[in-house]
Design a protein around this ligand. Structure first.
Ligand SMILES: [Zn+2]
Length: 405
């Protein structure tokens, strides 16, 4: 029933902002590219007659029906990306949600609750090393201190929000009133290979991994790369490399769902002919069990504390997202729909964090996947089959209609 052409065209139109298939897409939160993309999706909302609200956390909310009369069924995702990311991460969920809402409006389908499409601000968090801020502001778990975090150019989150013509002093006003939402539904690309491997087309997500990000700074000594002998150096990067290798070994031993990644380093002074004096690196640690996550963090922290005596270090936690369990009621409904419609499905957990996970703290929330080709994501090669995009949107529409009964 959904309009496949419109769905595809809008995804392609959004993909014209901030990148291309060679370099990938870079629409970091609150940048010029993000602003352009936000303008585009607001245009779609206007076209379909949604009432548009933009809160001071940067979330764009398109509503249909009156939310003060009864709880709202909301759908949504994000349009910001990681640097050089793919064209479907987040965008798929936003454009699919808009398509589902438009299908309902155009066909006058019966929904017993007001609808909302939420475009969450700054989900990825690449710019400030701090993500999910839009959904956390809605759920009341965004803290004022986060406004002071700076990006690589020294621009604070506070300033970045101001540059979007929003008022950062009123971010707290984004918080949803109690029991505002009946359900929240998000569709997303899997970013893994489970569905493709088993030829399934819909992933029903039962849980999502918790994520802790540690920032470790190693202090050595900067020296001239020619004048100082190898034995006289305190090379912070060499020391950091040893730790990074150990973190990999620890994670392999932890096994199961446990993963730890060092994907970002800042080397000072970052000069060809200077021995690295200081190094900052970020350790992204995840597991679906809180116990195991904490155990892993402890082992990693102990390993870092055993660093060679010539070096000092500083370790701090910069992000902490708890593991989440999605609504079993919506999961059962998802199974029912897949069985009735003959959609091959699989129940699975998510290693990645999503806004739907944050939304579990205030409402009955559900997350669904469509297959990623070769599991590729957060890269220019990220891809999906269009037939799966259409099926995902049909499924989301069924979910909304049935959850509304
Ligand atoms: Zn995403």
């Amino acid at each position: 029933m959904i309009n496949k052409d419109r769905l595809r065209e809008r995804l392609l139109e959004l993909a014209q902002i901030g990148g291309n298939a060679t370099d990938g897409w870079t629409r970091l939160a609150f940048t010029k590219e993000d602003k352009l993309a936000r303008g585009l999706v607001k245009g779609y909302m206007r076209e379909m007659g949604l009432k548009i609200t933009c809160d001071n956390a940067g979330n764009i909310i398109g509503s249909y029906g009156n939310p003060t009369n009864s709880p709202v069924i909301a759908m949504g995702s994000h349009i910001d990306t990681v640097p050089n990311g793919g064209m479907f991460d987040g965008a798929l969920g936003v454009i699919s949600a808009l398509e589902v809402a438009q299908t309902i409006i155009e066909n006058k389908l019966n929904v017993n609750y007001p609808l909302e499409v939420i475009i969450f601000a700054n989900e990825e968090g690449s710019r400030f090393n701090n993500g999910l801020t839009g959904s956390r502001a809605i759920c009341g778990s965004f803290s004022q201190e986060e406004l002071q975090i700076e990006d690589n150019n020294g621009i604070s989150f506070y300033q970045a929000v101001q540059e979007m013509d929003l008022n950062p002093d009123k971010v707290y006003e984004a918080r949803a009133f109690e029991n505002k939402y009946k359900h929240f539904l998000e569709i997303h690309i899997e970013q893994g290979i489970e569905l493709e491997k088993e030829h399934k087309r819909i992933g029903l997500v039962n849980s999502a991994a918790g994520q802790v990000v540690l920032k470790c700074t190693i202090f050595g000594r900067p020296d001239h790369a020619g004048a100082i002998k190898m034995t006289q150096r305190k090379d912070a990067l060499v020391e950091a490399s040893k730790l990074i290798t150990e973190i990999q070994q620890i994670s392999l031993k932890m096994g199961g769902h446990f993963v730890a990644t060092v994907g970002k380093l800042n080397v000072f002074p970052n000069s060809i002919n200077t021995v690295p004096g200081n190094v900052e690196f970020f350790i992204d640690i995840r597991d679906i069990s809180s116990d195991k996550l904490n155990r892993g963090i402890e082992v990693i922290s102990n390993t870092i504390s055993n660093i060679s005596g010539e070096f000092s270090y500083f370790l701090e936690e910069v992000e902490n997202e708890l593991p989440a369990f999605f609504s079993s009621r919506l999961l059962d409904l998802g199974k029912e729909i897949c069985e009735k419609k003959n959609y091959p499905y699989k129940v699975l957990s998510s290693g990645a964090c999503h806004d739907a996970q944050v939304m579990t703290t205030i409402t009955d929330s559900a997350l669904f996947f469509i297959p990623s080709i070769n599991g590729l994501s957060h890269c220019p090669e990220e891809n999906v089959h269009w037939e799966d995009v259409f099926l995902g949107a049909e499924f989301l529409l069924e979910m909304v209609l049935n959850a509304s009964e």
